[in-house]
Design a protein around this ligand. Structure first.
Ligand SMILES: *[C@@H]1O[C@H](CO)[C@@H](O)[C@H](O)[C@H]1NC(C)=O
Ligand SMILES: *[C@@H]1O[C@H](CO)[C@@H](O)[C@H](O)[C@H]1NC(C)=O
Ligand SMILES: *[C@@H]1O[C@H](CO)[C@@H](O)[C@H](O)[C@H]1NC(C)=O
Length: 528
C-alpha cells in the first residue's frame, strides 16, 4: 500500500533539497554563533537512567494554556506539569510552521541546514503528501537515534510530518523507524481540514478552461477519426478512436485529482487527500487508511501507554515521543469532549489534548515512574490566528500578549511556545525560567539531564554542528546566574530560508531585532 502511494503522488524532493544549496543561505550561515553543548562527564547508560517522555502539541498557542495565563480554558494536566516542573516562559520554536519546527526539535539543528523548509521557488514549506520523497536526511542526528545509541528503547506516537515516502519499489523508506525509533503508531503526515471532507470523485468544474480545452481537443480528434473513416482508412480511424477513449479519461483524471495545472502544483484533490493522505501507520503497515478522528486522541494515548508499560515491566529505560494531533484542524473530538469547553471546537480540542496529557502522567504515576521520568511538554509553534471553520467559528489558537502567529515568520506570536520540563528531585519544581530557550535545546538538554554522553559522542557519524545547547545547569540550579549558557547566544528566526529576526541575550537583557514585514518594512529593535 505504502509504496503504491509513493508512485501515485508527486513529490517535491529535489526542490526541498535545493533549498539548502541556494547561495543566499551561506551568507547568513556564517553568522551563526555556535555554542557547543558542554561535555557530559558521566558516560555509561545505566539501569538508573531516567525515562524520557516528550509531549508535542500541534498548533497550540502559548495563550491557550492555564499555567501560561489562560483563565477560561481547562488544562489541569499541563498545569500540574508546571507545578511539578519548570515553566520555560521564553521558549521558542525554530519556525512558525510544523515541518521545520519539528525537524529542529528532533535534530537540535536549524532546518535550513538540511532543506526542511520548502523552496524559494514556491514549493510547499511543509510536506504535503504521505509519499513526498522529501524528508529528514538520514545523516541528521535525531532524538530517537541518540537515545537508541545510549541503549534506550524508543517509541514514536502521533504526527511525524518529517517525511515518510519510500524509494523505488518501497526501498529505503523514511519515517520514525529510519530515525532511531524502535516502535511507532503514527500519522506520517499531518491532519488538516480535509481529513474530515470526503470530496467527490466525479467532478466537472465548468468554470475551468482546461476542461473546455479537453472537450474541444476530444471533438477535434473525433472529427479526424470520422474523416479517416470516410477516406476508408478504417484501421487508422479505429486506432484514433481507441486512443481517444483512453486519453480523454486519463486527462480528466489528471486535471481533476492532481493540481499540476495550477500554481499549487504540489496539491491533490479533496478526494485524493481524504483517501490517501490521512493514514495511520504501525511500524511499516497501514493500520487505518483514514485516521479515525473521533478516537484518535485516545488511540494515541493507548499506544504510548502500552509501550511504556511493556518497557517498565522489562526494567529498560525508554524514550517515548508523543506528538498530539490536537489542537490542529479538523478539531474532531470524542463524543464526551464535544461542546464542553467555553471556546467552541478549538477549546474542546485543547481540553481533549490535556486529557491525553493527564492520562499519560497518570500512567507514569501508576507504574511508579513519577520520580524516574523526565517529562517535557511543548507546542510546535504559535496558534493560527486567522483559522476559521466553514461555520465561521475560530479554529486557531491564542498567543497571549504576542503579536502574530503560525505562518508569520519571526513574529513573536508565531514562535513563542509553552514549554515545561519536569524531573522530580532534579529540576526545581514550580519554578519559572525566563532565559530565551529554544526547541533546538531539547536534545542536548535531555541527554545531559539523563546523565548520557553528548550527541557527538553517541552519534559520531552524524552531521555537524548542533545549534542547540544544554540547559541542564539552568534547570537544576547548578551554577549561578553567571553561568547561564544562553548568555551571549544569538538565536536566528527564519521565514522559510530567510532570517526574519535575531535574538541576543546579554545576560541582563534580551534584544530582538526583527524585520517585521507584516506590520512595517522598517527593521526595528525592541527591548524586552
Ligand atoms: C483562552 O484560550 C481561548 C482559546 O484560544 C481564547 O479564545 C481566550 O481568549 C483565552 N483566554 C484568556 C483569558 O487568555
Ligand atoms: C532500536 O532501534 C535502534 C536504532 O534503530 C537499534 O540500534 C536497536 O537495535 C533497536 N533495539 C531494539 C531492541 O529493537
Ligand atoms: C519521589 O522521590 C521522593 C524523594 O525521594 C519521595 O519522597 C517521593 O515519595 C517519591 N514519589 C513517588 C511518587 O515515588
Amino acid at each position: 500500500m505504502h509504496s503504491l502511494i509513493t508512485c501515485a503522488l508527486p513529490s517535491h524532493a529535489s526542490r526541498c533539497a535545493n533549498a539548502f544549496n541556494a547561495g543566499r543561505l551561506t551568507c547568513y550561515l556564517v553568522l551563526f554563533v555556535w555554542v557547543a553543548s558542554p561535555d557530559v562527564t558521566s558516560g555509561q547508560p545505566s539501569l538508573s537512567s531516567p525515562n524520557v517522555l516528550i509531549l508535542i502539541a500541534d498548533d497550540l498557542g502559548i495563550g491557550d494554556v492555564g499555567c501560561f495565563g489562560n483563565t477560561t480554558i481547562r488544562t489541569p494536566a499541563i498545569d500540574r506539569l508546571c507545578r511539578e516542573g519548570v515553566a520555560l516562559t521564553h521558549h521558542l520554536a525554530a519556525a512558525a510552521l510544523c515541518t521545520p519546527s519539528r525537524a529542529a526539535l528532533m535534530t537540535a539543528r536549524y532546518p535550513q541546514r538540511y532543506g526542511m523548509v520548502g523552496a524559494a521557488s514556491g514549493g510547499p514549506p511543509v510536506l504535503v503528501h504521505v509519499a513526498s520523497r522529501a524528508g529528514l536526511p538520514s545523516s541528521e542526528p535525531t532524538i530517537g537515534k541518540a537515545f537508541a545509541a545510549a541503549g534506550y528503547r524508543t517509541h514514536f506516537t502521533g504526527k511525524w510530518h518529517l517525511g515518510s515516502g519510500c524509494g523505488f519499489l518501497g526501498r529505503s523508506c523514511q519515517g520514525p523507524l529510519a530515525h532511531g525509533f524502535n516502535s511507532t503508531f503514527y500519522l506520517p503526515n499531518t491532519l488538516f481540514e480535509r481529513a474530515n471532507v470526503e470530496g467527490s470523485f466525479w467532478v466537472w468544474p465548468e468554470e475551468d478552461f482546461h476542461y473546455h480545452a479537453l472537450v474541444g481537443t476530444s471533438a477535434a480528434v473525433l472529427a479526424v477519426a470520422v474523416l479517416l473513416k470516410r477516406l476508408k482508412f478504417n484501421v487508422a480511424a479505429a486506432v484514433v478512436v481507441t486512443s481517444l477513449l483512453v486519453a480523454a479519461p486519463a486527462a480528466w483524471f489528471l486535471l481533476t485529482h492532481y493540481r499540476f495545472h495550477t500554481p499549487r502544483w504540489y496539491q491533490v484533490s479533496e478526494w485524493m487527500d481524504f483517501n490517501l493522505n490521512f493514514v495511520v501507520m504501525r511500524q511499516t503497515s497501514v493500520l487505518h487508511q483514514r485516521a479515525p478522528l473521533e478516537s484518535l486522541s485516545m488511540d494515541m494515548v493507548r499506544a504510548t501507554v502500552d509501550f511504556m508499560r511493556a518497557e517498565a515491566a522489562s526494567g529498560r529505560s525508554f524514550l517515548a515521543v508523543h506528538a498530539f494531533s490536537h489542537p490542529h484542524t479538523p478539531l474532531v473530538c470524542a463524543p464526551h469532549n464535544r461542546g464542553r469547553s467555553r471556546h467552541g471546537r478549538y477549546g474542546d480540542a485543547v481540553e481533549e489534548l490535556d486529557e491525553g496529557v493527564g492520562l499519560l502522567l497518570a500512567a507514569l504515576d501508576d507504574m511508579a515512574l513519577y520520580n524516574n521520568t523526565i517529562v517535557y511538554f511543548t507546542s510546535d509553534h504559535g496558534g493560527h490566528l486567522e483559522a476559521l471553520g466553514a461555520d465561521g467559528q475560530r479554529t486557531g489558537g491564542y498567543n497571549g500578549l504576542f503579536k502574530g502567529g503560525k505562518f508569520q515568520g519571526g513574529m513573536e506570536g508565531g514562535i513563542r511556545v509553552p514549554g515545561v520540563l519536569r524531573y522530580p528531585g532534579v529540576v526545581r519544581d514550580g519554578s519559572k525560567l525566563s532565559s530565551p530557550t529554544s526547541l533546538l535545546d531539547v536534545l542536548p538538554t535531555l541527554l545531559e539531564l539523563s546523565g548520557l554522553p553528548s550527541v557527538r559522542e553517541l552519534l559520531p557519524d552524524a552531521a555537524q554542528p548542533l545549534d542547540g545547547l544544554s540547559l541542564s545547569s539552568l534547570l537544576t540550579g547548578a551554577g549561578g546566574a553567571t553561568e547561564d549558557p544562553t548568555r551571549g547566544r544569538l538565536l536566528l528566526h527564519h521565514s522559510g530560508m530567510f532570517v526574519d529576526a535575531i535574538r541576543y541575550n546579554t545576560g541582563e537583557h534580551v534584544y530582538v531585532a526583527s524585520n517585521d514585514v507584516h506590520v512595517s518594512r522598517r527593521a526595528r529593535v525592541r527591548r524586552k
